[in-house]
Design a protein around this ligand. Structure first.
Ligand code: RB5
Length: 368
């Protein structure tokens, strides 16, 4: 597992010790500092380094150490996507993983002895999170986080996905128009592309950048370029197609995969009849496009297929989502982020989202 570890001066000796210990447990460690017990530093600075790694997928999990563990806990839990747990014994370590699925272990070097700290670390790293009622509670935490989020952040490969409602006024305005049953096919189609573009604009605001040099007509200057391979977008056929162009207008180098699914009339399970993904899908951030997240069956099956093909950093982009669909996807794929513009009430007996906008495929392609 990729682990980012950091401490302030008070936590430094324990950090040094645990870093070596984590290597013996087989983990790949990035030590972000601090590197001295003598120089007094501020714990929020070191918390930020570790939480950034975890929230953006640079590390699978993190370890933070200060004197009491309290400052680091408070600082870490300010960051969306971070669930930091101050653990003082083997029991709290186990529970913080089983029930809370914490992704940062916090230790207090002045209150927890070395042997206990090592045991806490061993247990915390070897315990998997439980689903069931604990997952439902964690979803409430995610919903709280989404409700309080000022802006969408992008932990594409963070340990646990989030449910983010994009409340940008332009998105909400356009969403209202496509909900209207009197909106024409042409306007509906145009607006879906615009909403998709605006959603991805919000979602991609924290994509990692790399510094480059550019020669302007005046002089050479430092500038920034998107780091690494670009995105892959994977529309779920057929309604997902309606979102592709709007995203490609913003990110023209994104690769496009396609997944087609139908529901087997006997088993009622989604079966994929077509799948073509970019060869390097494993190296890309992947946006699965499904405008309506209703039961979640197709979206979940599409994500499963992408994972089997090597996809790792997957987000689901749905204009409108029903609680049933969110439950399905977060249960099947707890690490996947779900971005939506509208969190609707429920599904009706025909499987349509209420209030929703009807059948997005029919409205996009004028088939009804
Ligand atoms: C540093 O003296 C100490 O305040 C810090 O390590 C931590 O305990 C804060 O919560």
């Amino acid at each position: 597992m990729k682990v980012a570890i950091g401490s302030d001066h008070a936590g430094f000796p324990l950090k040094e010790n645990l870093r070596e210990y984590l290597v013996t447990l087989g983990h790949d460690i990035e030590d972000v500092g601090t590197f001295s017990a003598e120089l007094s530093v501020d714990y929020p600075d070191w918390s930020e380094k570790v939480t950034t790694r975890v929230a953006t997928g640079g590390a699978d999990r993190g370890v933070l150490i200060c004197g009491t563990g309290i400052g680091m806990s408070i600082a870490a839990n300010k960051v969306p996507g971070i669930y930091a747990a101050l653990c003082t014994n083997e029991y709290t370590a186990r529970m913080s993983r089983l029930h809370n699925a914490s992704n940062i272990l916090v230790l207090g070097a002045r209150v927890t002895g070395l042997d206990i700290a090592r045991e806490v670390t061993r247990v915390w790293f070897s315990t998997e999170a439980e689903a069931g009622r604990h997952l439902a509670r964690r979803q409430k935490l995610m919903a709280l986080e989404a409700a309080n989020a000022k802006e969408a952040t992008r932990p594409q490969s963070a340990q646990r996905g989030r449910v983010v409602v994009l409340e940008h006024p332009l998105i909400q305005h356009k969403l209202s128009i496509i909900r209207d049953k009197n909106t024409s096919v042409k306007d509906f189609r145009d607006l879906v592309q615009e909403i998709a573009g605006l959603m991805v604009y919000e979602i991609s605001r924290n994509l990692p950048l790399t510094e480059i040099e550019v020669e302007t007509p005046i002089c050479v200057t430092k500038a920034f370029s998107l780091k690494g391979k670009k995105l892959a977008v994977v529309p779920v056929l057929r309604a997902g197609l309606g979102m592709v162009e709007g995203i490609l207008r913003l990110i023209p180098n994104a690769k496009v995969g396609h997944i087609g699914l139908y529901r087997d009339p006997g088993t009622l399970q989604p079966v994929d009849y077509y799948c073509k993904l970019p060869n390097d899908i494993g190296e890309r951030d992947i946006f699965v496009l499904d405008p309506m997240l209703a039961t979640g069956g197709s979206a979940s099956a599409a994500i499963a297929h992408i994972k089997q093909s090597g996809g790792r950093r997957i987000s689901l982009v749905s204009m409108i989502a029903a609680p049933e669909g969110i439950e399905k996807v977060t249960t099947d794929h707890p690490e996947v982020d779900i971005f939506t513009a509208g969190l609707d009430r429920h599904l009706n007996d025909h499987g349509y989202i209420v209030p929703g906008l009807g059948d997005a495929g029919d409205r996009l392609f004028g088939t009804k």
